[in-house]
Every structure is written in C-alpha cells, then in structure tokens.
Design a protein around this ligand. Structure first.
Ligand code: NAG
Ligand code: NAG
Ligand code: NAG
Length: 849
C-alpha cells in the first residue's frame, strides 16, 4: 500500500513535471529573427485599435475586419486615467472593459500586444496618466522618483494581475504575446541623465519581475535593458536595428496617417507609400509591423489629449473613424499582407542576400529551410520607374515601389500598383428632425455666493478643477470713479490678460467682449483689447477653457494652465491698475454641469429651460440647448453636423459625444504624390473648411424614439442647423492604368507562348444588399482626378460610358478589362491610357409596392 501510493505520487509528480515542460514550450520567446510562438518564428502583422475609442458593440466587427485585412495581432494601449479615476477606485466597464476587448480579440483567433505604458501619449488626455497623480506630495513624473514609481508599479501590477486572473497571456492559453512598459522615453532619458537611466532600469526590472511569460518591449528606447526588446516608431523603420543581435526587429508604430488638431487640416498618407515602407522593413529583416492606427476611432467625452486634438481620431486609418473599411487603403494593405505571408518560410529562415539591380534598384532574396526562394525587388527612385532583370526575367518596377515574388519568379504584388477599388463614403442627411428645442442660459450675473472660494492670486486651473471640468471662472470687480476721463473722452482703457491656455472668453459686466485661442504648439495666449467700463462697480469675468491636457513630455508636475497673469488695466487717470493680486473669485465648471442638465433622468430640475418658440437668443454665448430626435432607420453609422454652431460640448442620452469647434482649417492643401519620403505636411486636405464638421454618434447609444440631445455652446450658433447624417458608401471607384506597351512585349518574352496575357482590369463591387444603379463617371483615355472628382482628360474613348454601363448596371459587381478592343478602338495611340470609373451603389429594389 505504502509503496504503491508513493509510486503513484511520483507518477503524478512526473505528469505534473511534463505538463509544466509543455507550458514552458508555449511561453512566447524571441531571437534575432522574430517572435517565437510555440517554437515557431513568426512574421506578424499587427494593428492598433484602442478600446475606449469605439463602443463594445463595435469591437467585434472592427476586429473581424482587421482579421480579414490580414492582421495577426491587435495592439492597444491601456488607459490608466479612465481605469482609475480616483486613487484606488477602478473602472473596467463599458468602453473601458479591457478584458472583454481582449476576449473579443481571442475569439477572433488573433493575438494581442498589450502596451501598458502606463504613460501612453496617444493624443489622449494627460498622456493617459491620472490627473490626481499630480497632487501626490513630492511626485515627479516619469523619472527616478519614489512616489511616481510606487504608483506606476501599483497600476502595472493591477493590470498584469487582471490579465493573469482571466488567463489572457499566451503562456496561459490567452491572446497576449507581447507587452510594453513605458513609452517613447528615449528622448527624455538622455535629458534626465542618471535619473532617467535609473528610472528605465527600474521600469524594466519591475516589468520583468511580474512574470507574464511573454516578452516586454520598450519603443524608442535605444538603451532598453535586457531582456526587453527595443522597438521603432515612425513613418519608416527599415534603418532601425535593435540594440542586441539576439533581439528581433519590431516596428511598434507604422503611422498610417496623422491626428488632426482643431484649426488644422486633415492628413492623408498614400497607401502606396505605407505599403512601400512596410515592404522595405520586411525585406530588411523586420518581422513585426504594427499599424498605428488601424482603426483610430473617436475621442469621446473629454478624453482627447492636446491641447486642441480633435474629437475625431480617424487618423486616415484603414478602418475609418466609424468602423467602415477605407478603400483602397484597407484592401491594398490586405494584398500586401497576403504577399508577405507567402514569403514567410524564407523570411524567418534566412538573412537576405542583397543583389544590386541598378543604381537605386535592389533585390532582397530569402531562402526557406527547404530551399524555396522568395524575393523583394525594390526601386528607390522617386521619379522614374525601372525595368530590371532578376532571375532571368524582366520586371517593371514603378518609382518608389517594391515588388514581391514569393517564388522568385512571379510578381504577386507591387506596392505602387493598386488593384483594389476605392470607395467614396459620404454623409447623407438622415430623415430625422430634431424637435422640442429648449434653451437655458448660464447665468452671468452670478453673485460671489456661487463661487467656490476666493484668493488674492491667479491660480493654476488644473490645480483648482482637478480636471473635473474644462471650465474655470476667474472673476473680479473694479470700481471706476465717476471722475475717470475715459468716461467722457471715449478713450477706453485696455485690458491685458496673460494666460497659459488653452482658450479664454472675456466677459465685462456680463457681455462677451472677446475670445482667444492657443494652438497645440503655442499654448500661451494674451488678450489685449479696449473694454467699455462704466462708472461704479464693474465685473470682469474670465472663463478659461481647457482643451485636453498635453499628452507629450515629462515632468507633468510642473505644468500649469489657465489665467496665471499678469492681468492689468491700462489707460486710467493714474496710469495702470495691476489686477494680478486683487481678490479673485473662483467657480469650477458650469452651472449646467453642476445641475447635470445632460442627464436623461427627468429630475424636477432647478434649471429653467425655455421653450423653442422663444428662441430669439440663438446666437447668445454660454447657452445650453436641448432637443429630441428619433433614430434614423438603417444600419449606417451616424454623425451630427455641428457646422452651424461655434464651440462647446455635445451629449446624446447623457453620453458625451465630445468637444466640438467649428474652427476652419489653415494649411497647404496641394496635390500630393505618393513618391518620396512622407511627412504629414505633404498630403493635407480640408483647407478652408471646418477641421471637424461631423461628430460620431454610436448607434448603440440610441433608442428608437425620443433621444435626448444636449449641447453647451460657448460662443453662439444656430442649433436648428444641427443635422443628423448617415455615413454611407455612395459610390465605388476603380482607376487602373494599362500596361506600358513595352511590358506587353516583355510578358510574351518572359513567360513564353504558353502564358496567357491578361490585360489589367477594373473591379467594382457594392456593399452587400446594394447594386450598381448608375455610372457617374467612365473614361478610357487620360482622365484625371480621384474618386468623387474624376474629370475627362484630352484623350477619351467616346464609348467609355456605354461599355461600362452595359457591363455593370444592375450588377452587384463587375469587371472590365482595359483593352482597345473593349472600347471599339484606341482613342489615342502611343499614349499610356487609364480607365477611371465611378459607379453609384443603391439598395436593391424592395420589389412591388
Ligand atoms: C528620371 O526622371 C527625371 C524627371 O522626370 C528625368 O529628368 C530623368 O532624366 C530621369 N532619369 C532617368 C535615368 O530616366
Ligand atoms: C495647488 O494649490 C495649492 C493651493 O494654492 C498649493 O498649495 C499647491 O502647491 C498647488 N499644487 C500644485 C502641484 O501646483
Ligand atoms: C503575345 O503572344 C500572344 C500569343 O502568341 C499573341 O497573340 C500576342 O499578339 C502577343 N502580344 C504581343 C503584345 O506581342
């Protein structure tokens, strides 16, 4: 008995030992080539999707689209300030349900890269750090400082424990294969000297000590201590090498576009250039690419960083703000991913053999373990295409492009040749009216009784509000003697107000006299205007507005915002009057905020809403407006057109849609070409129009009828101009160039008589349930422009429209080859032609009435 029980125990022990051995195998590791999962080196394509920037109802759809786009990994930051709104008070509900998000990723069969930070930058309020941290005595941000390190460790541990308790690490059978600690610290590191070095060493040890079973990364951190992998962020990362030969080459942020700020244009990054950048990275031995962003989404509420980052965080990403596929960006990258995956055995097995094919042309050749050959042929010339000879075949490489040949013979993909269609998404007015308008004015005649407190100095806004509101009132009074000359000669005194940002509205005796706004780059603003004062007591009320706390940099403890002075009145009989140290009354936030007028709970409110018929004061500043609307039918994403309004915030059914501001974009919106190194200033759009006109209203926040819209308007506007719109795919476009005559000959030359020569074709396809109802544009010749704005060029085949209509109208999809025979005859011999088509998709007829 005794012995058998012992041997049973030994057996059990052996089984347990074996199990744990298997578990060690499923730990994610890395080597100089790649991340190694279950013993296999992998080429991994990843995309950033930030869970709080969409709704849980949207997550599955977005993640499935990412999977269909060829992604293996979903990357997200973890946003400390939404998870811990007050010390020790946690929130993981709704949009902040990180576990649900990661389980959605897992259910889709994808991996996750969890960038804990917990400093995240991300154009997110305060870089993701809680504002309350700033008021921990002795704190100094992101450096060798005990209070900061203590708080950072506590939160990082909290997240790792949560992940472990839900079995979310790959070592536990979960999706997380990588994790990041700190974020883009390298530039501060050097400035902070020993403090920076000690801090990053501590952060590395702290993270590794949490034993997650998966590797940690640090981005933009050249001296990342082992075993942490240092990684690259940027528009191009092919020149990057990790700090040790045994670390893989990882690109944590391949920027697909850029964020927008109020008053600026929107930025586009041509997909040919991103595809080129990614192919360059892979051919140089890169094995992990993460698109930042793959879906940008929306900065709901007051989560936008800044200052002045817009509510839209669309980022020109492959999936747009609303969760819709952006073509051709999405489809072209999906084709790239397929081509790269076909080369994976060679990419993970060997270093490239580099062959020169010309002055700016190269081949990178890889061999798999079994000897299969894959090649990337590159042309770095920014102006000229090139015809190169590789493996006894000719290949035509457009300027600034890479061709991928998974078998070293056949080109399956070229970064500059877009084969997929583009789609045009437009905002169509929805059949839903706002009704029952009512307004309510923020009372400007407030007495001091309403103020929180008074002080004989000008105080840092964030210290006073603790970011509980964007708004802080600084109010004071001055007594004007009846003898002051300006009362008689009209030489009004001049008021100077110096502020550290971000925006300021100046009210004299209850009237708005002016507003000033900073920019993201220059937050300091000053107001210098003549003001009309009366004999006796005058009230000066300064409404300082925060527009998202800065998300970049270190030493947040020293940053200040708001009216810090000086405040001086010039032009009085005895000269100037310095008001900086006079008695100031402070009031945090708006009355409407205090009374929670945005709530759907119909409390017997103390707010005196005034019926819509009484709206005579549309253009009044500091006014709350409310109305109701019914949900428009259909499935399309919805948005509010706020262009009739000035600046403020808007809520639907108590949920904050975000800050709005009809600021007009200044920039340089010239034509943009994909070749040459990309920088955001290259491809700007939207100049002269509001930077952001449309504000996403998630469908899941609506009920069929009686949805409550509330907005607070700072400046004045016409709320009856607010419209609901549906984001709709109204047309699809294709734009394909015919093969250069030379190429046709090469083809026969290289592939021999047995190869069938395929002319390039255009492919058009409507969304499910839609059919092509008309052809808006068709030209075989030399048309110009892009989807939505095509125009005929000097050469145009007169049959173009008829040929395309015949093939496509009434179909859900169609394909037409570009050949002279298809269009009757060659409209302009010896000219390189293209075929551009825009087709309109409309819902399938619902049949008999
Ligand atoms: C490249 O293009 C430029 C500008 O179009 C042209 O001037 C130049 O001659 C071309 N070079 C070659 C080698 O074709
Ligand atoms: C916040 O304000 C209080 C009161 O004026 C002051 O004592 C404190 O130093 C301020 N803290 C910071 C971090 O600015
Ligand atoms: C290519 O070869 C095919 C088949 O022999 C022939 O019909 C065609 O005319 C050739 N095309 C060109 C451009 O030479």
């Amino acid at each position: 008995m005794e012995t058998s029980s012992i041997s049973r125990r030994i057996l059990l022990f052996l089984i347990a030992f074996q199990l744990s051995c298997q578990c060690i195998q499923c730990v994610v590791t890395y080597d100089g080539k790649a991340i190694v999962i279950n013993g296999r080196r992998r080429i991994l394509i990843s995309g950033s999707i930030h869970y709080p920037r969409s709704t849980p109802e949207m997550w599955e759809d977005i993640i499935m689209k990412a999977k269909d786009g060829g992604l293996d990994v979903i990357e997200t930051y973890v946003f400390w300030n939404v998870h811990e709104p007050a010390p020790g008070v946690y929130d993981f509900e709704g949009r902040y349900d990180l576990v649900r998000f990661l389980k959605t990723v897992q259910n889709a069969g994808l991996y996750a890269h969890l960038r804990i930070g917990p400093y995240v930058c991300a154009e997110w309020n305060f870089g993701g750090l809680p504002v309350w941290l700033k008021y921990i005595p002795g704190i100094s941000f992101r450096t060798d400082n005990e209070p900061f390190k203590w708080a950072m460790k506590r939160f990082t541990e909290k997240i790792v424990k949560l992940m472990k308790s839900e079995n979310l690490y790959e070592s536990q059978g979960g999706p997380i294969i990588l994790s990041q600690i700190e974020n883009e610290y390298g530039s501060l590191d050097t400035r902070y000297g020993a403090f920076g070095h000690n801090y990053i060493t501590w952060a590395a040890e702290m993270a590794v000590g949490l034993r997650t079973g998966v590797p940690w990364t640090m981005c933009k951190q050249d001296d990342a201590p082992d075993p942490i992998i240092n990684t690259c962020n940027g528009f191009y990362c092919d020149a990057f090498t990790p700090n040790k030969p045994y670390k893989p080459k990882i690109w944590t942020e391949a920027w697909t576009g850029w964020f927008t700020e109020f008053g600026g244009p929107s930025y586009r990054r041509p997909v040919q250039d991103i595809a080129f950048a990614v192919a360059r990275f892979i051919q140089k031995g890169g094995s992990f690419v993460n698109y930042y962003m793959y879906h940008g989404g929306t900065n709901f509420g007051r989560t936008a960083g800044g200052p002045f980052v817009t509510t839209s965080y669309d980022y020109d990403a492959p999936i747009d703000e609303y969760g819709l596929i952006r073509q051709p960006k999405y489809g072209h990258l999906a084709e790239l991913h397929k081509a790269i995956k076909q080369c994976e055995p060679g990419l993970v097995a060997s270093d490239p053999i580099i062959v020169s094919l010309g002055p700016r042309q190269q081949a990178h050749v890889f061999y798999s373990k079994l000897g299969h050959c894959s090649a990337f042929l590159s042309n770095y010339d920014t102006n000229n295409g090139s015809r190169v000879m590789f493996n006894q075949r000719h290949h035509n490489l457009p300027a600034w492009s890479i061709s991928i040949l998974p078998d070293c013979l056949n080109m399956v993909f070229n970064t500059a040749k877009i084969g997929v269609q583009s789609t045009r998404l437009t905002m169509l007015r929805a059949n839903s009216q706002m009704f029952s308008w009512e307004t309510f004015s923020e009372d400007l005649t407030t007495s001091d009784v309403d103020s929180a407190f008074t002080s004989f100095s000008l105080l840092d806004q964030v210290n006073v509000t603790r970011d509980s509101s964007d708004y802080l009132w600084y109010t004071t009074t001055i007594d004007v003697a009846p003898t002051e000359s300006f009362l008689y000669n009209g030489e009004h005194p001049r008021l100077l107000v110096e502020s550290s940002g971000h925006a300021l509205h100046v009210f004299i005796n209850g009237k708005l006299c002016g507003s000033i706004f900073g920019t993201r780059e220059d937050r300091r603003i000053s107001y210098r205007e003549k003001i009309r004062l009366l004999s006796g007591r005058n009230k000066i009320a300064l409404l300082s507005v925060a527009m998202g706390l800065s998300n970049i940099g270190g030493h947040y403890e020293s940053w200040e915002t708001g009216v810090l002075g000086p405040v001086v009145l010039y032009g009085l009989d005895h000269g100037k009057l310095d008001l900086t140290h006079t008695k100031w009354s402070y009031r945090i936030g708006l009355k409407g905020e205090a009374m929670n007028v945005v709530s759907t709970n119909r409390m017997p409110s103390s707010v005196e809403w005034v019926q819509g018929s009484l709206i005579t004061q549309n253009n009044q500043p500091l006014t709350w407006h409310k109305a109701y609307f019914n949900e428009p039918d259909g499935e399309e994403p919805l948005a509010l057109d706020m262009s009739s309004m000035g600046k403020g915030q808007v809520w639907v059914n108590g949920q904050s849609i975000g800050r709005y501001w009809t600021a007009y974009a200044t920039g340089n919106c010239q034509q943009c070409h994909y070749t040459g190194s990309y920088r955001p200033f290259k491809c700007q759009v939207g100049c002269g129009r509001p930077t952001q006109r449309w504000y996403h209203v998630p469908r899941s926040w609506l009920k069929p009828t009686g949805n409550l819209l509330v907005l607070f308007e700072e400046l004045g506007g016409d709320p009856t101009g607010i419209l609901l719109a549906k984001r709709s795919m109204t047309s699809v476009c294709a734009d394909v160039v015919e093969y250069h005559p030379n190429i046709k000959n090469w083809r026969n030359e290289t592939y021999g008589q047995t190869q069938v020569f395929h002319s390039p074709r255009i492919h058009l396809q409507c969304s499910p349930g839609l059919l092509i109802s008309s052809i808006k544009f068709a030209s075989f010749g030399t048309p110009v422009g892009s989807c939505g704005s095509f125009q005929q060029g000097t050469c145009h085949a007169p049959t173009s429209y008829d040929v395309i209509s015949k093939r496509c109208i009434g179909e859900d999809r169609c394909a037409v080859a570009i050949s002279n025979t298809n269009f009757g005859q060659d409209p302009c011999p010896n000219t390189l032609k293209r075929l551009s088509v825009e087709a309109v998709c409309t819902p399938t007829s619902t049949g008999q009435g």
